[in-house]
Design a protein around this ligand. Structure first.
Ligand SMILES: Cc1cc2nc3c(=O)[nH]c(=O)nc-3n(C[C@H](O)[C@H](O)[C@H](O)COP(=O)(O)OP(=O)(O)OC[C@H]3O[C@@H](n4cnc5c(N)ncnc54)[C@H](O)[C@@H]3O)c2cc1C
Length: 493
């Protein structure tokens, strides 16, 4: 019986891989056509976790949204071969069936494998494992001329490391081999109160040397916060807390409550609830929707609206409404030595709370990635989300101010968010010569470059009410393929 199951799975995987090869051939043909006509194209995959307004022209895009399958899980080698549009929750759920899990699974379940490699992705375990692309053994890519190539740390490694964080400007990822580790049923979390940014940094650095699996710090004011350390476990310690059902508390409110107690607390969370703990409320960003609409923010309203307050739906509303043009939403990465000065700057200039940070293992092999910062064992990712700033010109000025301070402190930013760097500023941070040579070598010069893909040039009309209704009715543009040709009634100059 067991053998026939084994045989069935081998056949099933073979069929999947054949289907994959055929799907890739179709995309190759499209890319070759674009290449022959020198048409720059963009990668569409049916969703996004970017806050920049994404709009596509059908005549200048390649749709990889159907490359959404886990092709094979090898329990001996502890790896999974997956297509790029596999979202994190599907990747985790599939590998857990084999008692395994990816070392880095992002908090937002809708982030895809391709987007996580190309856009960068981290989790509270990144102090140990680095960014998501540091857990990849090999990628299969279609280059700008339509040819196919495999890249890994040992073959075509310049492309393998160069493509991480390149926002699709060096080619299309069509599959990736993800490393896996043994999974456990729970995560035991301990809340350690902190009384300053420095205290949060010191406690985080102290635990990076311990055997724990997860570390992150939430600050609720300049002098009140908590470092939460987590350990994979098969036993329950303290209260068993859940964060995935409509009646459960939002995770950040639970952490804030413990920070208020100012005492060490240990609880246990089922693994999946812990991994996607920030899905409900998108960290704390969704609280803005209550402030914006005037709806009371309490357990009952969160319970009733729960389905719409999870990141997949929230992103549809963000893309539909273009409301991200009013709210500061940035992830900034800094070397250890300038984390506290940056937090002081945000406190003084914007007084924005909550704010959160976590350590990420530095790795300079991928020059475009935010953890590619020199002379530091760890970089620190800081999430600053939430302050509403209007009019648009003031919003841009505030983002520019954050960009200037980030550069001054030797930091980098994520490009899922709004970016207003001038071309000169951008290439002062990233190596244009190296990038240009790589694009030439791998036939990527017809693809839009990373600067043009990530720099925000257009202003869009913000329409929150209409967008909220369309999202509630499942008619938001990113809810279907209609986000092509293009979403918004064009930028307003
Ligand atoms: C409030 C907030 C908090 C966040 N917090 C986190 C966090 O804690 N951890 C984290 O990891 N991320 C976080 N993110 C960001 C998110 O991870 C990144 O935006 C990530 O890149 C999104 O992946 P995606 O699958 O939605 O891809 P997209 O954002 O749609 O794509 C990213 C880039 O990759 C390109 N791309 C996608 N698929 C392919 C492919 N197959 N081949 C070539 N190019 C491709 C796209 O064209 C795009 O340029 C946060 C975002 C927000 C707004």
């Amino acid at each position: 019986m067991k053998d026939s199951f084994g045989v069935f799975f081998v056949c099933y995987d073979r069929v999947m891989i054949e289907e994959h090869k055929n799907a890739v051939k179709i995309i190759q043909t499209q890319v070759r056509d674009y290449y022959s006509r020198k048409v720059p194209f963009r990668v569409y995959h049916g969703s996004t976790n970017a806050t920049r307004v994404m709009s596509f022209k059908r005549s200048e895009m390649v749709d990889v949204s159907n490359l959404d399958k886990v092709l094979h899980v090898d329990t001996k080698r502890q790896v999974a071969l997956v297509e790029p549009n596999v979202p994190m929750d599907m990747l985790l759920d599939t590998t857990l069936k084999y008692g395994l899990m990816p070392p880095v699974v992002t908090e937002f379940p809708g982030i895809t494998v391709g987007g996580a490699i190309q856009g960068g992705a981290i989790e509270a375990g990144s102090f140990k494992w680095g960014v998501f692309s540091n857990t990849i053994n090999e990628v299969e890519m279609i280059l700008g001329d339509g040819s196919i190539i495999k890249a890994s740390p040992t073959s075509n490694q310049d492309l393998f490391f160069g493509a991480a964080g390149s926002y699709g400007s060096l080619g299309l990822i069509t599959s990736a081999e993800v490393r896996l580790i043994p999974a456990k049923k729970y995560v035991t979390i301990t809340h350690l109160p902190v009384a300053s940014f420095q205290d949060g940094l010191d406690k985080t650095l102290k635990y990076t040397k311990s055997s724990c699996d997860f570390i992150e710090c939430g600050m609720f004011s300049k002098d009140r916060g908590t470092v939460v350390i987590g350990n994979l476990s098969d036993t329950v310690e303290g209260k068993l807390m859940r964060f995935s059902r409509a009646r459960d508390p939002w995770y950040y409110l639970y952490v804030e409550n413990n920070a208020r107690l100012k005492k060490t607390v240990t609880d246990t969370v089922p693994l999946r609830d812990y991994i996607f703990r920030f899905d409900r409320g998108a960290f704390w960003a969704a609280q803005l929707a209550f402030t914006q609409s005037g709806l009371p923010f309490n357990w009952l309203t969160r319970f009733i609206l729960d389905r719409f307050l999870r990141t997949r739906k929230l992103y549809q509303a963000v893309q539909e409404s273009a409301a991200a043009q009013r709210y500061i939403c940035q992830d900034i990465v800094l070397p250890t030595r300038t984390l506290v000065p940056f937090l002081d700057f945000i406190d003084k200039e914007f007084n924005m709370y909550p704010t959160g940070f976590c350590a990420v293992k530095a790795d300079t092999k991928s020059p475009l990635l935010f953890n590619g910062i020199e002379d530091t064992d760890y970089v620190f990712n800081v999430g600053v989300y939430g302050l509403r700033i209007e009019p648009y010109e003031k919003f841009v000025a505030a983002n520019r101010q954050i960009e200037a301070e980030t550069t001054k402190l030797g930091g980098r930013k994520w490009f899922y968010a709004h970016s207003y760097y001038t071309e000169k500023e951008f290439w002062n941070i990233y190596n244009k010569h190296w990038y240009g040579k790589l694009r030439n070598k791998y036939h990527a010069t017809t693809l839009p470059d990373i600067y043009s893909r990530t720099r925000v040039n257009d202003k869009y009309r913000v329409h929150t009410k209409g967008a909220a209704i369309k999202t509630l009715l499942g008619k938001a543009n990113y809810a279907s393929k209609s986000s092509c040709d293009s979403v918004h009634d064009g930028p307003t100059r």
